[in-house]
Write a protein that binds this ligand. Sequence first.
Ligand SMILES: Nc1ncnc2c1ncn2[C@@H]1O[C@H](COP(=O)(O)OP(=O)(O)OP(=O)(O)O)[C@@H](O)[C@H]1O
Ligand SMILES: [Mg+2]
Length: 330
Amino acid sequence: MDVITRQAVGFVANFTVHYWSEILYPFSHSATADLDGYNHTFELARERESIHPLERCLIHPPTSGITGHNSILVKVVEPVRTGDRHNAQVVTIRTEYVPTELTHAIPTDSYFVAKIYDPLYFDHEQDDVDAFLSTDQEYSREAAAYRKLSFMQGTIIPKFYGTFTLELPVANKGISRSVRLIILEAIPGKPMTQLVPMDYSQVERQGIIKALIEAESLLYTNDVWHRDIHPRNVLVSGNVGENCSRRVIIVDFGKAWVGRAHPLLAPEAAKKYLPGIPISPVLCWSKAWWPYLQVSFAEWIDWDWEPWLEHHFGSTSAPITKDMEEIWRP
Ligand SMILES: Nc1ncnc2c1ncn2[C@@H]1O[C@H](COP(=O)(O)OP(=O)(O)OP(=O)(O)O)[C@@H](O)[C@H]1O
Ligand SMILES: [Mg+2]
């Protein structure tokens, strides 16, 4: 039994504070890897075919970072999204004990979501992404994005309670392995993939999609490029027909880049993407970008897209300049 799977309910663990500052885009251990964890090498393919994933986890521990002195004691109370072939295991936890040094940061006797980046559950059959590199990258990127967006935590994104490390015992070996995680506010909503679009009136669906565009645009204005806007990463709170103030919450910054350009682009070249300047959704959400973006939301949208977009966002605080047209007009 591994502790993060469904049997984990009731599992009590220490989460120790962990700092990741040196590992923002870790890929230096391989000259062949890229920023999205793609790393197709003969050695890795051979290892994947011949060595059990658990053994591989011991061979490839997470990038070290710095482990702090303080730990909190938590109990896993419910799986949220767990199991094989996921980059991360998501569970609801309850804080059982928080040392006084951390009570300002995270309350005790409260419920949260822990997102645990355990490469053991990664899809070890697919052969082009390096499970270990990818989980390292997702952990550090997600933490970086939440920190960058600190002022909007608790609005269109969950509150972020920090980065931690956990020691998981390795069965029959008398040793443990380190696994990194983050703690987030538990959002009382469902991902759009678990909702039935046609249960909602067109007006309600338009409200949800408009809130999503506003939220995504706000992230982008603040120089976080989410890069994985998809119904499974958009939580909707409130029931059908309910008018809820905090309707749409974006999660999953595992692929996000802080900045608008490729992180390795020279700062001079990156300026072209106008960091900090709002870019009109009329450009970024144009139908011409389908099938790259909106197509995954197609079941939600049964109205004439471009006039609707123009009506709501045509005169936003983001006027369209010639430079913007060149970069963002598809
Ligand atoms: N803070 C939260 N509150 C409630 N539910 C959440 C929260 N964060 C994530 N979830 C749920 O867990 C699911 C998985 O989370 P997340 O998308 O962050 O993980 P992932 O492994 O990176 O996902 P993906 O499969 O998109 O790569 C989400 O689709 C959502 O349903
Ligand atoms: Mg996701």
